[in-house]
Every structure is written in C-alpha cells, then in structure tokens.
Design a protein around this ligand. Structure first.
Ligand code: PBG
Length: 338
C-alpha cells in the first residue's frame, strides 16, 4: 500500500477557507463588522412622584425613579459613557383626564424631571416622548373624536406642538413624537422654531408598529387598562405587515424636518431598520422595546437563555441591521459589562 494514503487523509484543494478569519479571538476581533459602544445607547428611564425606587415587575432590574434621585442617577449613566436618557413619566392617576390636560402643565412631573437632569448633568442628552398616553384616562396617544371611536389627528397635533415647546423650554435636547399622528413632525418643527428653539432636535418615531410588545411599558407608566383587552392603537400605529409604508413614513418625517428617524420595536423589524438605513443619510435609531427586554429576562430567569449573551447578541443584531442609535432597557447594564 502506498505510504501517503495511509497516514494523511486527502486534503481538500480549497483556496477559500473562511474559517481562517475565525481562528483566534484576536483575528475575529480584527475582522468584526459591527461594533457597539455605550455612546450609541440611550437608557429609557421611568420617573414617578413617589419618594422610593419602585421596581417594575415586568421589567426586571428597571425601577421608577423618584425625582430626588434622578439627577445622581443620570450623572451615573453619563459616567458609564451612555449616549443619553429618554424620560417617561408615570403620573398620579388623579391627574389624568380624557383630554390629557396635564401634558400642558408647565410644572408637570416630566418637565420638573427634565430641569433636574439638565442641572445635574448639563451635557447629557435628554430625549422626551411627545404623546398623550401617560396623561389620558383612556390611554390613547391623542384626544378622541366626538364619536369617541378614534383619535382626533389634527387637534392632537396642535396639543403635541405646545407640549414640545414646553419640553424645549425645560431643556430637552430632543423631543421624540411617539404618537404616529399625521403631520406632527412638521407642525412641531415650526412651533419649536417660532418659539426660538431652533436647536432642539426631533427624534421621530417614524415607523412605530402597533405591536404586542409594549405591554411592560404600559405597566411601567400606568397606561394599561385593567380588566379589559389590550388597547388597540391600530388606527395610528403601523400594521406589522407593512414594509413599504415605513418608507412612506420615513419620507414624510424626513421632509418635515426630523433629525433622527426611529424604528420600533427593533428585533422583529430588522428589515425595516435595514431599509431605512439604506435610503436615508440621517441617523437611524431603533427602540428595543419593553416586551423585547422582558422576553430575554424571563427566559434567562428560567435558565433557558444566558442573559448577557442573549442581550449582547440582540443589541449587535440591531446594530448590524443598520441602527446608529439604540434605545434599550439594557443600556446601563451593557455599559457596566454586567
Ligand atoms: C407611548 C409610547 C409607548 C412606548 C414608547 N412610547 C407605548 C405605546 O405606544 O403604547 C413603548 C416603549 C416600550 O414598550 O418599551 N406613545
């Protein structure tokens, strides 16, 4: 028997061996395509009128923060190198009404919070949601028509524009209309400019889908209706089946003056993130929403997923799809490497 055939198995003639680039950790790091830095992450933060940190059971590790502790909390987030904070108020239910009037109270919880953060951490970017759902008894993002079976788009937009100006006055760096009313970005831009707030930016929730994944958020801000089926926002938030429509929304927000375009949720909508990234030169953000976070945490609590590995993979996937900025409840933990 010929000697060679016995001792060495046949070698494939393979000029292309992709595994050469996966051989060691150092080589893998060298050829890695997508990276994630804490500077690209924004931490959503819930605030409340109480005095204590209040855990949100459906969002493990996330608390409603009292105003007295918010300044120090945000200074810590800034020290971690995060890109900013997005504030969400849980207001006293007694302050809610059908018209969401509390949204225009110049001393509302969120406006006091904005002032608190600005004085504690002046250079830390603050984002604030512009929508009426924390303020309405029915939980919709706008006020309702006379018949009560839909939101009144144009009257809602007029309120949102006033709300945006109040937020700019309080010191937010970006207002983030999350309501999905038609025409709101343009009206908000003009209102901000007319009030001398040319420097306040708009992060538009451009493609916000009518998703089942907002449940834990609605627990956190207290906008969930108890004992009733989940609220349908399908006449204003987008149909999860639609991709072309997201491009239409992007063109509108872009032409109305949005500075950053956002897709929400993130992981189930990576194709939308990728299309937006391919079709605009503006920064694209993605919101890894409460249900996405809760899902990973719940599986990890049962020992079915490794929390850190699943978290990091999910964030990297959102980056790889093309998001420049990610809003995620994991932001602080990711930056701490915990
Ligand atoms: C409100 C708003 C929602 C979220 C952000 N802003 C909920 C909703 O539209 O019902 C969801 C965020 C999350 O689930 O983490 N307009």
């Amino acid at each position: 028997m010929p000697k060679a055939a016995k001792s060495a198995p046949a070698r494939l003639v393979l000029p292309q061996r992709p595994r050469r680039l996966r051989r060691t950790a150092a080589i893998r790091a060298l050829v890695r395509e997508a990276r994630l830095s804490p500077a690209q992450l924004i931490q959503p933060v819930f605030i409340h009128e109480g005095k204590e940190l209040e855990p949100v059971p459906s969002l493990p590790g996330i608390f409603r923060i009292p105003l007295a502790r918010l300044g120090a909390y945000c200074r810590d987030l800034q020290k971690l190198g995060l890109g900013g904070v997005a504030l969400f108020p849980k207001i006293d239910p007694k302050r809610k009404d059908a018209l969401g009037r509390e949204a225009l109270n110049p001393n509302s919880l969120v406006l006091r919070a904005v002032r608190e953060v600005k004085s504690a951490a002046p250079n830390f970017p603050i984002f604030a949601d512009i929508a009426l759902d924390p303020y309405t008894t029915h939980g919709h993002d706008g006020i309702l028509t006379k018949r009560g079976d839909d939101v009144d788009n144009d009257r809602t937009v007029a309120i949102l524009a006033k709300m945006a100006v109040l937020h700019a006055q309080a010191g937010v760096d970006f207002v983030a209309p999350s309501d999905m009313m038609d025409g709101r970005v343009g009206v908000i831009r003009r209102a901000l400019d007319a009030a001398g707030h040319e420097e306040t930016g708009i992060l538009a929730y451009t493609a916000k889908y009518a998703s089942a994944y907002y449940g834990p958020f609605r627990d956190a801000v207290g906008s969930k209706r108890t004992g009733q089926p989940p609220l349908s926002k399908a006449t204003y938030q987008m149909d999860p089946a639609n991709r072309r429509e997201a491009m239409r929304e992007a063109i509108l927000d872009w032409s109305e003056g949005a500075d950053i375009l956002m897709v929400k949720p993130a992981l189930l909508y990576l194709d939308i993130i990728a299309s937006l990234r391919a079709h605009t030169h503006r920064p694209v953000a993605a919101y890894q929403v409460s249900g996405e976070y809760a899902q990973i945490c719940a599986a990890a609590e049962r020992g079915w997923l490794d929390l850190r590995a699943a978290r990091d993979e999910s964030l990297l996937a959102i980056r790889r799809a093309g998001a420049d900025i990610i809003l995620t409840y994991f932001a602080a933990a990711y930056a701490k490497g915990q």
